[in-house]
Design a protein around this ligand. Sequence first.
Ligand code: ZN
Ligand code: ZN
Length: 406
Amino acid sequence: MAKVLQPFRLFNATVILPDRLIPGGALDVEDGRLTAVGRLDDLPRWSGATIDANEGFVAPGFVDLHVHGGDNADFMDGTADAFEAVVRAHTRHGTTSIVATSTVARHDQTLTFLENARTLQRRGAEPARGLARTIGAHLYGPYFNEEKVGCHPKDPARPPTPDEYEQYLEFADVMLTATCAPELPGAAGFYRAASARGIRLNAGHSNATWAEMTAAHALGVRHVDHFYCAMSSVSSLRERCGTPMQASMLEFVLDHDDMTTEVIADGRHLSPELLRFVVKWKGAGRTALVTDCSRALDQPPGLYTFGPLDGGETFYNDGGVGLLPDSENLASSVRGMDFMVRHMHQRAGVDLFTAVRMASLTPATILGRQGDVGSLEAGKHADFLILNDQLEIRRVFVGGEEVSVS
Ligand SMILES: [Zn+2]
Ligand SMILES: [Zn+2]
């Protein structure tokens, strides 16, 4: 039986909309949905319960389309407990819609990951247990270019074959998005098969040429993972193809208005001016913030495993980022989405409402879920956060129910 939640009005807040702030703002919640959002003075009379936001900011809950782990658990660990631990960790950091993301792994590990994602998606949010919404899965790997595999285990990276991916595509009900390097043999077949099941297509961990991106785009690829990281550049294509120098995935994304991308705004992957540059030239509506976070979220510095405990890659968490041992190479972030939003605003100098939009409405739109989540708008799920003036998270609500943060 569905739980009956008492309607309430939240007031005394600066409400963050995608394009502006509303001081003296309020919002009304009934049956888990927002029914009114605006200046308190403009809202209808209210005689029910109220919550005082204590002059804090109220932001939409964040949407993370690329996240691997947290609280020393990884979505690839293969157990329901580990899966929930990751969701709980990111819920605490303000992510209320989570796309569980796999890593390069063995076939059976990927299948188990998809099973776990399906189970949690079907169960829905459980705020009383600290769990936000798992809105789907991102098949991320194994179809990466070995040369651009980054911190993922190298050995199991492989080109797509129908025998294998047809089993993954049985999970089309939960697979929101899938990444494949366009230059791999068999990539076109994979894109066609995934697209036929309504799955969104990404290019990533790739050294693709302009021509390979053009072919991928014609098959429906519209998103490139973590801009500037593990993707082709003019210099990487010069090594691959010689001269004349060629335009890369980077130029392809900037040149095509229907392509979207994402950035890891943890302050360690990309400098502030590079983050500002992407927002200026690609636009905040087409650039999502992602955490790409590993299991080292909220864990002390030390050695951890990226991906499954069984067969994943060892990396070092220095307290601010993951690093591959014996090299300068980065191995994913160790931060939650609240950190990324603060960094975009406080260090990269992006407007607060723009930084929040990049963590909410933009990823929701990339995933096609903007009708339900991603902004504070009447009709959408009442997924929202109360932040203090330092943009630290004070309270998290999912479907109008407060998340108990342990
Ligand atoms: Zn990656
Ligand atoms: Zn990743």
